[in-house]
Design a protein around this ligand. Structure first.
Ligand code: ADP
Length: 263
């Protein structure tokens, strides 16, 4: 850092009360970012002060899903995060020109996460959610180093193959001494016109991951909720208004809100 003072991360200072959840998944496409955006919006609806750090540097999707417009604004040495749906959000997507890929190696990724934590004026937050990249790569390790008390929330689908890799994403906690707050099973079923449930991706993945992580970590890791497949949830994400805001009565919104309240 060329003689510069060590960056100060407010969340690791003595007395800081912000709860931190790092949302993890074994692979992409299981709805990790959808869950992150909705948990954030649902917590904000409940009156909590919420921030989201999009740590999915290569596959960022938080700006789109939260409908965040524009860039953080500069204030002295700090960056003020944009706010959408009462949620403060920062993402690498706010800094790279549209359509441009982010091609960084480990050390730059680490620095980016560190800057998002230290140089952003988050203010007084009740909860900070981090949308991790899928898998167990550099960024998950950086987050564990920079925020050792961040708790991991694992998102999986019901599918056995997805559950296997999700378990590894959670089991990283044994090496980083973090705790796993629970598991969310997304895309659990699709409700049919007659009220029956079509289990598009099979069943049991969430319970399996929770059970296996409980074993591996030697503590109770609960299945915090099952979120149904719901076209309104996908449309809401595409439109930049999380489904808990756009269609709060939908089954997906209600399941997501229940998870937010269990955290
Ligand atoms: P990840 O962050 O794990 O890569 P995303 O949150 O981007 O996954 O979700 C992948 C796609 O699936 C997105 O198009 C999203 O809108 C959609 N999706 C996620 N969860 C649901 C759900 N419960 N019902 C319908 N579509 C969903």
């Amino acid at each position: 850092r060329g003689g510069k003072p060590e960056p100060v991360i407010q969340f690791t200072q003595p007395g800081n009360m912000t709860r931190i959840y790092a949302i993890a998944s074994g692979k992409g496409g299981v709805g990790k970012s959808t869950v992150t955006a909705n948990l954030a919006a649902a917590m904000a609806q409940d009156g909590l002060k919420v921030g989201v750090l999009d740590a999915d540097i290569f596959g960022f999707s938080i700006p789109g899903m939260l409908g965040v417009q524009g860039q953080p604004t500069r204030l002295d040495d700090m960056l003020l995060p944009p706010i959408a749906h009462e949620v403060k959000a920062v993402s690498i997507g706010m800094f790279v020109p549209e359509g441009q890929p982010v091609v960084w190696r480990g050390p730059m990724l680490h620095r980016a996460i560190e800057q998002f934590l230290a140089d952003v004026f988050w203010g007084d937050l009740d909860v900070l959610l981090l949308d991790l990249p899928p898998g167990t790569g550099d960024i998950a390790i950086s987050v564990a180093q920079l925020l050792p008390h961040a708790e991991i929330l694992v998102v999986t689908t019901p599918q056995a193959a997805a559950a296997g890799v999700a378990e590894r994403a959670g089991a990283i906690a044994t090496q980083t001494s973090q705790s796993v707050v629970g598991v969310v099973e997304n895309m659990a079923w699709l409700e049919q016109a007659d009220g029956s449930r079509l289990e598009v991706f099979g069943s049991g993945g969430g319970a399996t991951v929770a059970g296996r992580l409980s074993q591996v970590l030697g503590t109770d890791v609960p299945l915090l909720g099952q979120i149904p497949l719901d076209i309104t949830a996908r449309e809401a994400g595409d439109a930049g208004t999380p489904v808990v805001v756009s269609d709060p009565e939908s089954p997906a919104a209600s399941a997501l809100r229940d998870v937010a309240r269990r955290l």
